[in-house]
Design a protein around this ligand. Sequence first.
Ligand code: NDP
Length: 607
Amino acid sequence: MPVNEIDHLLNSDRFSFDLTELRAKYKKERDKRIRTEGNEQYVEVKGDFSHYVDDPYIDVSLERKPLTDEVDALVVGGGFGGLLAGARLRQAGVKKIRLVEKGSDFGGTWYWNRYPGAMCDIESYIYLPLLEELGYIPKEKYTKAPEILEHSRRIAEHFDLYSDALLQTQVTEARWVEADKNWRITTNRDDEIRAKYLVMANGPLNRPKLPGIKGIDKFQGHTFHTSRWDYDYTGGDASGGLSKLKDKCVGVIGTGATAVQCIPHLGAAAESLFVFQRTPSSVDVRANQVTDTNWVKTLTPGWQKRRMENFNTLVSGGYEKEDFVQDGWTEIFRNLTGVLPPEGYEAIPKNKLYLATELADFEKMEKIRSRVDSLVRDESTAEALKPYYRQFCKRPCFHDEYLETYNLPNVTLVDTAGKGVAEVTSRGVIVDGKEYELDCLIFATGFEVGTSYTRRSGYEVIGQNGRRLGKKWEKGPTTFHGMHSAEFPNCFFMGFIQTALTPNFVHLLLEQSKHIAHLVHHAEKNKIGSIVASQAAEDEWCATIKRLAKSGEKFFRECTPGYYNNEGKADEGYGFIQNSYGGGPVEFFQILENWREQGDMDGLILE
Ligand code: NDP
């Protein structure tokens, strides 16, 4: 029946678009953006460019002498990954936990990204972890960056992670010492720490990137990357009020999730603002709300886990009787069930599934595009702001002031028709032969993806037999369950490395930290010296990842270029989400749970 239903729908007047025409338009827009120049479209932030990653929040009171000692577990990274690993290890009875963090405080991405308007567009009640354990309820449905940073500190304090933390410290190398069955970790402060367990929570998007635009080093005005916002120059703070820009002509390169959040503040403050766009983001309704205290009273124990799982199931295309979160993320799947009969899309034959999701997606994106028309007065600006690609080809954005900013007389959208800025000069930037003179040029150009793991983490990891992780993962990560790699004992990876992708990244981190704590607890209870993945288990997991990735290949091939699909070259390498577990997060979390329940540590060598 569903087959006929879909065919019937196609021939009905339900859809305002012509399927063939829209597909052709998507393809045309995509092809316009495919670049042939390869990876040099980005400049590595080092050498002359290294000031772009200077820490604006240095705390001189953290200066200290080098340290030499031994701990039970060393966790690299003080973002939610490191914090959750620390919390769960603490709960598993691990005494000496040392977190090493580059910044002067915990918070990870929220430590660095303090740009005006920074907020999280995943619902706060599922994004901020451990709410029940810490007895905290976020102030709003979508939390702002300062509240997230505060919550990071709350977790660190609650689980006593500050006392042994090494802040403002960067790991320079981690080397496994087989004779001692521990890791020897060195840092840029000449510390030497031995640790039985090493947890790597470096973060997936931690290394800012700059576009490889000709002349990028020539600009003589002021410039910075959004992840190192220069409030000394702009004035104001994360809530806006950038008063020092009132006589400044500002340019922004990039229109991704970060730009969407900071552009309204720049538009409100700068004398003039030019936004240089290569690909428009899809910008849906935000509809933030203050937390309803009556709703809070209705919450019963276990509510946060249930809410996270409900969201996770829905955004993975699964069925839930009720949609707890009810927002733009889950809407596309509510949409889908609206396109189909009540039996739900699980009943759709496999050969019609792609078409069914495509239809729901097209319908959704038509609404996103008509939202642009309803909010942006100038017709050609509105047209340029319309995204013509499948919604999850790029990270969807949600904002209630972004599009309206283009109605301000001092704000100009410079659409580069998919080409990007042609050249940077000493005075400004050139697009289509025209020079735009600027006082300040802000790079909202995102973070490195697809470069090697050790380059992004900033240190080499040397396992058994002198095996270097950088070399081993030259062609991409190879793991067992995304968390272990053969020849790297007692070393656990966190994040999107051959694990499942979920928009609520913190949910994945929670599951991973639970898993790591389970492994460590098992090892300690049974007096096991080292845990390492067998080569066979790793090979099997890699084969599973590869096999399941097939189902997403068509989707990514057709997508507009971006870091999700290796900048449109999906066949040549892995994008951010292509090397993940294709069965989705619900299945992946279940695999981990079943594995723990099975209890035989299958796939691991214990010594
Ligand atoms: P993105 O990588 O998403 O965006 C970078 C932007 O820079 C894109 O618009 C890109 O254009 C543009 N760009 C890159 N090179 C050039 C060039 N040569 N010329 C012109 N434009 C160029 O980075 P963001 O910092 O916006 O976001 C990074 C990630 O951080 C997000 O995907 C999201 O996961 C996360 N984030 C999450 C938020 C949340 O609410 N939870 C909020 C903000 C960020 P093009 O699209 O054409 O490549």
